[in-house]
Design a protein around this ligand. Structure first.
Ligand code: G1P
Length: 293
């Protein structure tokens, strides 16, 4: 619970309809969000991060072929009672951590891959007219509280809209949404503009949007227009940009390692980082890595 003057953020949207072609053949029969980093699939990292931040309802914008995502969060009575009988409370606890209570997980489908803005728009009916979070499971943040919880702290001060941000090399600006920055206290920046995937020569800064958002429902009023932007896709960035000047809009430099698990290298790095941050195996992981120097 919070004493914030702003409407609480209770719902989170997880755009998970993508086909994950970059990870074929691993993702031929399982969703890419079921690939594991550390002990958990990507989607569970995202859901747990949301839960740590007080999110109560989870909205997956998925595709019919990705039923495994819903299944992963369903209570598995058979497995639970078998672990109980075998006297394995630790495993049982881990298993139960992946349960989402009935009625708290909503799954809707994005019929066509029209872009991130369209994916978020697909969640409109489930979100209703209240602020909500968006979490892209490809972006993994390794931090005890998570990234969205850190953003909630800032939300409770400023309200409005927020994105997670970090600095990227200039040559990488065309991979991300990029911020145009007003004030900057080293942690929180006020956002004057947002542009999707600018070339380095036209990038307004090196601060990029990492896949964590807290948004006001008015963003749907702009997404409704189905306007296409960079890459011919309906971009979330473009509709967010239209809120600037009308509502507060901030970027949050978050703490914790960030890994782009949509790329093979990012995925490998994330697994190494999680191995090294798990005290039960960290020393052994370090020894193994030494063998490859
Ligand atoms: C999306 C957003 C982009 C953001 C990025 C973060 O791009 O459109 O603004 O910086 O996620 O991961 P995508 O990675 O889907 O191309």
């Amino acid at each position: 619970m919070t004493n914030s003057a702003f409407k609480p953020v209770r719902k989170a949207v997880f755009p998970v309809a993508g086909l994950g072609t970059r990870f074929l053949p691993a993702t031929k029969a399982i969703p890419k969000e079921m690939l594991t980093v550390g002990e958990q699939p990507l989607i569970q990292h995202a859901v747990e991060e949301a839960r740590n931040a007080g999110i109560e309802e989870f909205i997956f914008v998925s595709s019919p072929s990705k039923e495994a995502l819903r299944m992963h969060f369903r209570k598995n009575d058979e497995l639970e009672s078998s672990l109980e009988k075998k006297g394995k409370p630790d495993l049982l606890k881990k298993l139960q951590a992946s349960n989402i209570a009935d009625g708290k997980l909503h799954v809707t489908y994005q019929e066509k891959p029209l872009g991130l803005g369209h994916a978020v728009w697909c969640a409109k009916e489930f979100v209703g007219r209240e602020p909500f979070a968006v979490i892209l499971p490809d972006d993994v943040v390794n931090h005890p509280r998570g990234c969205i919880a850190q953003m909630m702290d800032v939300y409770n001060r400023h309200g409005g809209n927020l994105v997670a941000t970090k600095e990227v090399p200039l040559e990488d600006t065309a991979k991300y949404g990029i911020l145009s920055v007003g004030t900057d206290d080293g942690k929180t920046v006020s956002i004057k503009g947002l542009v999707e995937k600018p070339k380095p020569e036209s990038a307004p800064s090196r601060l990029c949007v990492v896949g964590r958002y807290i948004l006001q429902p008015e963003v749907f009023d702009y997404l409704d227009a189905f306007e296409t932007g960079a890459g011919g896709e309906i971009q979330l960035t473009d509709s967010m940009a239209k809120l600037i000047g009308k509502q507060p809009f901030h970027g949050v430099r978050f703490e914790g390692g960030h890994y782009d698990c949509g790329s093979r290298l990012g995925f490998i790095e994330a697994n190494v980082a999680y191995g090294l941050s798990d005290p039960s195996i960290a020393d052994d992981v370090r020894k193994i890595l030494d063998n490859y120097r």
